[in-house]
Design a protein around this ligand. Structure first.
Ligand SMILES: [Zn+2]
Ligand SMILES: [Zn+2]
Length: 391
């Protein structure tokens, strides 16, 4: 068994304590002052300095005695705006906020990796950088940290990220080469016409007519303009206009989301959807605005890095179950790093045995805490071996 895993199991109790502390005090979005302070203070007790390179964005650098490459380990720390119904005795104490995506566990796995690697710092042939980011759920945190220089000084050669999977049990570990998560683009279409009495539609420029035509046109894109071989989802999830029987409204607003694994399809659609909106709006004499509100590319696992990680994990001492065809239909802003640095995202099973219907972003989701030492050790083991390989 990996020495890192043995050591991680020795400090498991401590790591679980950290996790429960974070779980019970969730913070959302870009402002995570308490979580950030907790990570900083706890790591300081272990002789590690977590530098706040941007608000609620921490960077830890562990440098070995020898020059070498730098590998980045990434954790996200933000929770979700939802009520905690998990029923655990360390449940969220903050109404309307919950760690339903496991980012509390990611944070502690990365803290664990920092502690484990720091203990063997003198053996490192290069550097390990660990980032703790805010705002993953709104796709802003990774961008913020890249802007703040997380990939520089020293410049990063490779990156690893881990996400818990609420639907598979401990020992499942998937990290297929190629596109792994979808790109995610949430958009709003605002249509501004001219309201009038319902009995006199000739005096109006009706935004509802334009909205429904735009809706129909967008719904045919999958069938008419995307290859059957490509995964592409476009959903309009909200359409609001007017609130009366006899007043044609001034405005209609549509909100939707688009997901795909194919960057070319994404680029095409990000140009094509606004084009359709503009054309139809002109036809119906209404003004239109297309806004992208949350946007991230797809995470693409680098094939050479995937091979390396596979080799490292052969010596880990656990028989992992890996699905080479696994893909995740959700999106994650680690994508901003994976588009710049050879990266791997690993999906790690964390469903407790015997629990059914366990899903991320569900208010009753629970996790097997044994994933914490395992994830921390996988992070440390892979980082250590990557640096030992040299060129
Ligand atoms: Zn999430
Ligand atoms: Zn997540």
């Amino acid at each position: 068994m990996s020495e890192f895993y043995k050591r991680a199991l020795e400090i498991q109790e401590e790591l679980v304590k950290y996790r429960r502390h974070i779980y019970s005090r969730p913070e959302v979005g870009m402002d995570l002052p308490n979580t950030t302070r907790f990570v900083q203070e706890t790591l300081r007790e272990h002789g590690l300095e977590a530098v706040e390179i941007a608000p609620s964005a921490l960077s830890v650098l562990i440098e070995g005695p020898k020059e070498g490459k730098t590998i980045l380990l990434r954790a996200d720390m933000d929770a979700l705006q939802m009520e905690d119904r998990c029923g655990l005795d360390f449940a969220s104490t903050i109404p309307g906020k919950m760690h339903a995506c496991g980012h509390d566990i990611h944070t502690v796995m990365a803290m664990g990796a920092a502690i484990l690697l720091n203990e063997r710092k003198n053996e490192l042939e290069g550097s390990v950088k660990i980032m703790f980011q805010p705002g993953e759920e709104i796709f802003q945190g990774a961008k913020l940290m890249i802007k703040a220089g997380i990939l520089e000084n020293p410049s990063v050669d490779a990156a690893l990220d881990m996400h818990v999977d609420a639907s598979s049990t401990l020992g499942n570990l998937s990290y297929p080469a190629g596109p792994f998560t979808t790109s995610g683009d949430n958009f709003t279409i605002k249509l501004r016409g001219k309201g009038a009495h319902g009995s006199e539609p000739n005096n109006a420029r009706d935004p509802i007519s334009a909205a429904t035509k735009i809706y129909s046109a967008l719904m045919t894109l999958r069938a008419n303009e995307v290859s059957p071989k490509d995964y592409f989802v476009l959903s309009i999830c909200s359409l609001n206009a007017g609130n009366s029987h006899n007043i044609i409204p001034d405005e209609a607003v549509l909100k939707g989301t688009m997901r795909t694994y194919n960057a070319e399809v994404r680029d095409y659609m990000l140009q094509r959807i606004p084009e359709i909106v503009t054309e139809i709006s002109q036809l119906y004499k209404v003004e239109s605005v297309f806004e992208l509100e949350m946007s991230t590319p797809s995470i693409v696992n680098d094939a050479a890095m995937v091979k390396r990680v596979e080799t490292y994990l052969d010596d880990f001492g656990v028989d992992f179950i890996s699905d080479p065809y696994a893909r995740i239909s959700a999106s994650d802003d680690f994508a901003y790093i994976s588009t710049q640095i050879p990266s791997v995202m690993l999906f790690i099973g964390a469903k407790p045995e015997g629990v059914e219907h366990n899903y991320l972003h569900n208010s009753a989701v629970v996790f097997d805490e044994d994933v914490i030492p395992l994830g921390a050790a996988i992070f440390a083991h892979c980082a250590y071996n990557y640096l030992s390989e040299g060129e």
